[in-house]
Design a protein around this ligand. Sequence first.
Ligand SMILES: [Zn+2]
Length: 68
Amino acid sequence: MTATCPTCSWPTPTPVSTHGTIRYLRCVCGKWLIEERGAVLATAGHSTLSDPQLPGDEPSRLSTPGRS
Ligand SMILES: [Zn+2]
C-alpha cells in the first residue's frame, strides 16, 4: 500500500523508512509523507500550506490615502 501525495497527486511516493505501522515516504515533488496503515497522517517539506505568506497572494491595497 502506498499513499498518494496530497500535493501533487503522485501515486507512488518512495518509502524511505518504517517505524511499526508508520511509514515515511518521499515524493518526487520533495514532500515527505507520514503514513500509517495506508492513510497519510501528515506531510512535511516543501509545503506552501504552512507558509502564511505566499508571494503574490497579499491583499491588495484598497485604500489610496493622500489622493487629491
Ligand atoms: Zn508530491
